[in-house]
Unconditional design. Structure first.
Length: 178
């Protein structure tokens, strides 16, 4: 099967799961940003934990080779994270949830998609300037497991416990009006 068809089917499944999980709902995302509803955090952490374990199992059993860890830029991460966060706070969606929201008929998410397309075009136009002024602090990255010399599965267990604690303590104390 063509890789693009597989990617399309996985994207449709991902969008379906986002919608079914409720994170394509503007109010759920705003509730997360206001620390009143932890549905988004729970779904993201669950995806990270399950996906991380699955990928590591595929690597351990030889079905997949470990990808190289890319060099990163702290400045680039800070600027990109700031742009992403401001856009998400203004729109109420991240890129994946915006597409899922469009799929469920939310017309407001179309503005976010247009903004993403415009931002991508702007990034391409300013790439040389960005490399000179923002991406000047590149450094080698490590995974947490290589940095601390522990099993990645142990890290996923820690993440699961943290997610559970957040859900059991904060979620029950805060209003779920969103």
């Amino acid at each position: 099967m063509n890789i693009l068809i597989i990617a399309l089917l996985l994207g449709i499944a991902f969008g379906f799961l986002l919608q079914k999980g409720g994170v394509a709902n503007f109010n759920i995302i705003i509730g997360q940003l206001l620390f009143k509803n932890f549905t988004v955090l729970t779904i993201i952490m669950t995806a990270i934990i399950v996906g991380g374990i699955f990928i590591n199992l595929l690597i351990d059993f030889g079905f997949l080779s470990a990808p190289p860890v890319n060099v990163s830029s702290i400045n680039g991460s800070l600027v990109g994270g700031l742009i992403f966060g401001v856009g998400m706070a203004i729109l109420g969606y991240c890129p994946g949830t915006a597409l899922a929201a469009i799929g469920q008929g939310s017309k407001d998410a179309l503005f976010g998609i247009l903004g993403m397309i415009f931002g991508s075009f702007l990034f391409i136009q300013l790439a040389d300037i960005i490399k000179v002024y923002i991406l000047t602090d590149t450094q080698a990255s490590n995974t947490l497991s290589s940095l601390f010399n522990i099993s990645p599965y142990f890290i996923f267990c820690i993440l699961a416990v943290i997610t559970l604690i957040i859900n059991l303590t904060l979620s029950s104390r805060l209003s779920k009006s969103y």
